[in-house]
Design a protein around this ligand. Structure first.
Ligand code: ADP
Ligand code: MG
Length: 627
């Protein structure tokens, strides 16, 4: 069969372009990536062979072989793992399977910026092109007869052809090194790279000797890292293991290495990244924690192992409590796995709590990176809700840093019964919301919530420590009761006098706006703005309603209550005009303008922007003529 010429998917070409112009100071990581893939290939075959024993045949010892040929300037990385057939070669080495990853690569604008970002994201196999001018992949899928050869210079195209000389099983990658990169042929350089990055790999990595009579040299410890005694594992080894299993490239923020013995027997080696993975909120994101049974890799995609709100974890869980030939069906609703999951959740949250107490600044970094994900647990996992509420941190109107609910409650004013919140998209805009004015005037702290998940957990979590959560944009607020105890003895209560002219203004506005609003009333929460919108007690929070409407989960929004600030100069002036001869039209226009203003501040769309503009023109014109 003739050689086929195929093009890389556009995103892969983009990636290769960045790799070729890479500013990576550590080109040597290409070897780590190829060994990592070879080890994964062995893991996958070992798993497949559990149910299809003939896949292994005579060749039952997994091995990764390195060979340097100084004369030909080639470095070979070969494994006897699962191998690839033609379709898999094209799919795996020609495209980016995950749409999230493809979208991310598309966003990498400049080469400069791309090279920086790519460091955090990892280019895997394609890193071979940092050192090689040509890469040849000969491979035969376990259990299949036909072998294939993939060849590319990393410039837009690759070729595929049948290859009878491919390994009997597995993959052989031959790198034709660039002139400037021949250092990677030096055995001592290779030894050093493997020791640095790949020592934790459980499959032996051997360097083939030059001479017939010399035995091959094994370069790594070749035992699963998590089974080794903790005091024999170095920080570097832990970190490289993390990079390998997590496909991550940052420093881990937290490491947990634990062993449970007794009723349940399992080992966990888990990490929390310090950097946010780019696909954290993408539905087809790469899974982070691998499941092993008795040291044998089972799957890297076990949704039963950890709840989604801990999806930032990277690492492995290895258990003795499941059968080796565990199937996907068996993993579902498996009571043993459910127990392990529960125990791990508890463990992870417990460690986070320790961090929060002992190193609050460091914890704040974690919270900024993954808090939005952890908060999903508030409505997903009733069992851990209390712990999660303790772990949660918030921005607020009265502090610079983050505040916990315990700290919030401790700072509540006398007479304050609720935890006040406001939700929105943008924290800076939120802090300027008119509904906060009355709270600010009394020094009452309000939590500023700007993650999309906030509205959802707020609608399911009733309270913390017996104090209900209450949105400042919803229902009535009685700020008068709060902070009373702080008033000095004998201080004169300001007399609450209903101003009859403001009352008639409110009646007039109500009559004008009719059904557009649910009600018009004098506000107790405004101090400097003339108006604001609030939702009625029984209605959904306004921000939540907007979110649901954006996601097409709601087809109409309920009407709002318009609150008017009776102390505002404009309101007083308008009140003076009500009932005056010839002023009717002006006050009517003003009523609509006030409503539209409130909508704009709230971030709600104006139903009739043209009418708004006309009224505004009319009023300004009048003002100019009068002045
Ligand atoms: P990743 O390892 O993160 O999936 P890579 O770019 O390193 O990404 O590899 C892409 C894919 O190519 C792998 O997921 C795997 O399916 C396939 N692959 C790479 N190297 C090998 C190998 N030695 N044997 C079998 N499959 C491989
Ligand atoms: Mg890889």
């Amino acid at each position: 069969m003739a050689e086929e010429h195929l093009s890389f998917q556009a995103e892969v070409s983009r990636l290769l372009d960045i790799v070729a112009h890479s500013l990576y100071s550590e080109k040597e990581i290409f070897l780590r990536e190829l060994i990592s893939n070879a080890s994964d290939a062995c893991d996958r075959l070992r798993h497949a062979a559990l149910t299809q024993s003939d896949l292994l045949g005579e060749d039952t010892t997994f091995k990764i072989r390195l060979k340097a040929d100084p004369a030909a300037k080639t470095l070979t990385v070969a494994d006897n793992g699962i191998g690839m057939n033609r379709e898999e070669l094209i799919e795996n080495l020609g495209t980016i399977a995950r749409s999230g990853t493809a979208a991310f690569v598309q966003q990498l604008e400049s080469k400069q910026e791309g090279a920086n970002l790519i460091g955090q994201f990892g280019v895997g196999f394609y890193s071979a092109f940092m050192v090689a001018e040509k890469v040849e992949v000969s491979t035969r899928r376990a259990g299949e007869d036909q072998g294939w050869k993939w060849t590319s210079d990393g410039k837009g195209e690759f070729t595929i052809v049948e290859d009878d000389a491919a390994p009997a099983r597995g993959t052989r990658i031959v790198l034709q090194l660039r002139e400037a990169e021949v250092e990677y042929l030096d055995p001592s350089r290779i030894r050093q790279i493997v020791a640095t990055y790949s020592d934790h790999i459980a499959v032996p990595v051997v360097l083939e000797s030059k001479k017939e009579d010399e035995p091959d040299e094994t370069l790594n410890a070749a035992s699963a890292l998590w089974t080794r005694p903790k005091n024999e594992i170095t920080e570097e080894q832990y970190k490289e293991f993390y990079h390998h299993v997590g496909h991550t490239f940052d420093e881990p923020w937290l490491r947990l290495h634990f062993k449970a013995e007794g009723v349940m027997e399992y080992t966990g080696l888990l990490f929390i990244p310090s950097q946010k993975p780019f696909d954290l909120f993408h539905p087809d994101r790469k899974p982070g924690v691998r499941l092993y049974v008795k040291r044998v890799f089972i799957t890297d995609d076990c949704s039963e192992l950890l709840p989604p709100y801990l999806r930032f974890l990277r690492g492995i869980v290895d258990t003795e409590d499941l059968p080796l030939n565990v199937s996907r069906e068996l993993l579902q609703n498996n009571p043993r796995l459910a127990k392990i999951r529960q125990a791990i959740c508890k463990k992870v949250l417990g460690e986070l709590k320790k961090k929060a107490e002992k190193a609050p600044e460091d914890y704040a970094k974690f919270w900024d990176t993954f808090g939005a994900v952890l908060k999903e647990g508030l409505y997903e996992d009733g069992q851990q809700r209390e712990t999660l509420l303790e772990l949660a941190r918030f921005r607020s109107t009265t502090r610079d840093g983050l505040v916990s609910l315990a700290d919030y409650v401790a700072a509540m004013k006398p007479g304050q019964e609720a935890i006040f919140t406001i939700t929105g998209d943008d924290p800076a805009a939120l802090a300027k919301s008119p509904q906060l004015e009355g709270f600010a005037a009394k020094g009452i702290e309000v939590l500023l919530l700007s993650d999309p998940v906030d509205d959802f957990w707020l609608s399911t979590v009733p309270d913390y420590d017996g104090k209900p959560f209450k949105s400042v944009t919803r229902g009535g607020v009685d700020l008068e009761k709060i902070g009373e105890a702080e008033k000095k003895e004998g201080e004169e209560e300001p007399k609450e006098e209903a101003d009859p002219t403001v009352d008639s203004l409110i009646a007039f506005v109500k009559l004008t706006l009719k059904d557009t609003v649910k009600d018009v009333r004098a506000s107790k929460r405004l101090t400097s703005s003339p108006v604001c919108l609030v939702a009625d007690d029984g209605d959904l929070d306004m921000h939540l309603e907007r979110l649901l409407k954006q996601q097409n989960q709601l087809d109409h929004t309920s009407s709002r209550i318009l609150e008017i600030n009776p102390d505002h100069a404009l309101v007083k002036a308008l009140a003076g005009q009500v009932g005056k001869d010839g002023a009717g039209q002006t006050v009517e226009d003003a009523a609509w303008l006030l409503l539209d203003q409130a909508r704009i501040i709230e971030g709600e769309p104006l139903p009739d922007a043209a009418a708004f503009s006309q009224r505004l023109c009319k009023l300004v014109e009048k003002g100019l003529l009068a002045g």
